[in-house]
Design a protein around this ligand. Structure first.
Ligand code: AMP
Length: 183
């Protein structure tokens, strides 16, 4: 059973690639950003709490995101692996995941690397409600401060695969698949 994490700054292409690779490998695609946007659209309690935070590009509190994701993992088909896209984003989230899956639970981390000027261009072109010039800078800053240290956290287990996120979408997908099927 494969359990993978896709890591990288906003605009690196995590969502696009995680979706494609999950379909290709028969894994569940679990994207916390998508789940949160769904909650906002539904206008439920979680959505109400998350909306303003997402709009300014900050992180939704760990306990809310952890509970939401753990429910999805529990509700997934038995025995099916998954790709986490946009989770964990903090050390607390990474530790909660370890607790849930056990230390050997995460088999691989794909780190998508893209230069900063390209990230800004891509995010602004996406046109999501939290993709404004004002919030993109903050999301990058939040990534550098809170999420990027997770690269070191997983590097210590030697499970991080760095993939160049520049280029055409299917070429990048092929690189990821090659890395994941390496013996
Ligand atoms: P994304 O679609 O992954 O770019 O996420 C969009 C927004 O949802 C982020 O800017 C955060 O406000 C929120 N979000 C998504 N995943 C998480 C997470 N794991 N922890 C905290 N906030 C999150």
């Amino acid at each position: 059973m494969k359990r993978l994490i896709f890591l990288g700054p906003p605009g690196a292409g995590k969502g696009t690639q995680a979706k494609r690779v999950a379909a290709r490998l028969g894994l569940l695609h679990l994207a916390t950003g998508d789940m949160l946007r769904e909650a906002v659209d539904q206008g439920n309690e979680l959505g109400k709490q998350a909306k303003a935070i997402m709009d300014c590009g900050d992180l939704v509190p760990d306990e809310l995101v952890i509970e939401m994701l753990m429910e999805k993992i529990a509700g997934g088909k038995r025995g099916s692996g998954f790709i986490l896209d946009g989770f964990p984003r903090t050390r607390v989230q990474a530790e909660a995941l370890d607790k849930r899956l056990g230390k050997a639970g995460v088999q691989g981390v794909i780190l998508l690397e893209v230069p900063e000027d390209e990230l800004i261009e891509r995010t602004l072109a996406r046109g999501r409600s939290d993709d404004t010039a004002g919030t993109v800078g903050n999301r990058l800053e939040v990534y550098r401060q809170q999420t990027e240290p997770l690269v070191g956290f997983y590097d210590r287990r030697a499970i991080v695969h760095r993939v160049n996120g520049l280029g055409d979408i299917s070429g990048i997908e092929q690189q990821i698949l090659a890395v994941l099927t390496m013996p």
